[in-house]
Design a protein around this ligand. Structure first.
Ligand code: KIV
Ligand code: NA
Length: 268
């Protein structure tokens, strides 16, 4: 059984940081579960990071279900948040049907972008765990820029966070907002806040696995590079290609031989 959302509310109360990372496939989810991350986010960032799409908006509900199911197979006991992709929560009925699809695929909780408190109420009424997401909204903002840069923009985001909290959100992702704003929201809302590019005061942090492990070659101010998996993959592939071309692979230890008896029969 995956942990319940209430244990994360307890972590917030105790001031224990919540570790969240994206994963889009079984082996990555398994690795995340094994090292004990608290929550796996199957984000619509799967589109750009794994599927080769130009934009998050290209991600479909069936893409999300496919990848949530894979992550679930890799991490049967980890709490999984799944993104409702672009244009799949435009009406309440559509949102509920989309959320059901993600839950059927294995999500414990569904996340959507924007300040729609009514949608939180509708999802909660149908007993979904709900993660909100404000600040930079990849699905809705044309450019990946910092949000809440002026006092009035920051106040608007604070009001949005309060309204979503009053509606019963279980988590809220704060993306690319000033740390003072993230700290204030974190203090004022009941739900655990999960920051990305939102400073150290959020209740938890989330990073995209491709970014933190260095799978994709992109540099972001909000990211710290903890690995060089992209480089490791390229050198493994290059060494393999070299060995095949030189005849160095496969070696005798990689081949199978007929038994003496079968060889005689075969060669007759
Ligand atoms: O899709 C995603 O990876 C996300 C995180 C950036 C929060 O929504
Ligand atoms: Na997302």
């Amino acid at each position: 059984m995956a942990r319940s959302r209430t244990s994360f509310a307890d972590m917030k109360r105790r001031g224990e940081k919540i570790v969240v990372v994206t994963a889009y496939d079984a082996p990555t989810a398994q690795a995340a579960a094994e090292i004990g991350v608290d929550i796996i986010l199957v984000g619509d960032s799967v589109g750009v990071n794994v599927l080769g799409y130009a934009h998050e908006r290209d991600v479909t509900l069936s893409d999300m279900s496919h990848h949530i199911a894979a992550a679930r197979r890799g991490a049967p006991d980890t709490y999984i948040i799944g993104d409702l992709p672009f244009a799949t929560y435009e009406t309440e009925d559509q949102a509920l049907a989309s959320a059901r699809a993600l839950r059927d695929a294995g999500a414990d909780c569904v996340k959507f972008e924007g300040a729609d408190a009514e949608l939180v109420r509708a999802l909660k009424a149908s007993s979904f765990d709900v993660c909100c997401h404000i600040g930079l909204e990849s699905q809705h903002h044309a450019e990946k820029r910092r949000q809440g840069k002026t006092a009035s923009a920051a106040l608007k985001l604070l009001e949005d966070a309060r309204a979503l909290d009053a509606a019963g959100q279980d988590f809220i992702v704060l993306e690319l907002i000033p740390e003072e704003l993230a700290a204030t929201i974190t203090r004022e809302v009941k739900a655990p806040t999960i920051g990305i590019g939102a400073g150290p005061q959020a209740d938890g942090q989330v990073l995209v696995v491709n970014d933190l492990a260095g799978i994709t070659r992109r540099a972001f101010k909000h990211n710290r590079l903890y690995g060089a998996l992209g480089d490791a993959l390229r050198s493994a592939l290059a060494a393999y290609a070299r060995d095949v071309r030189s005849g160095g692979f496969p070696g005798p230890e990689h081949a199978f031989r007929l038994s003496e008896e079968e060889r005689e029969a075969f060669q007759r």
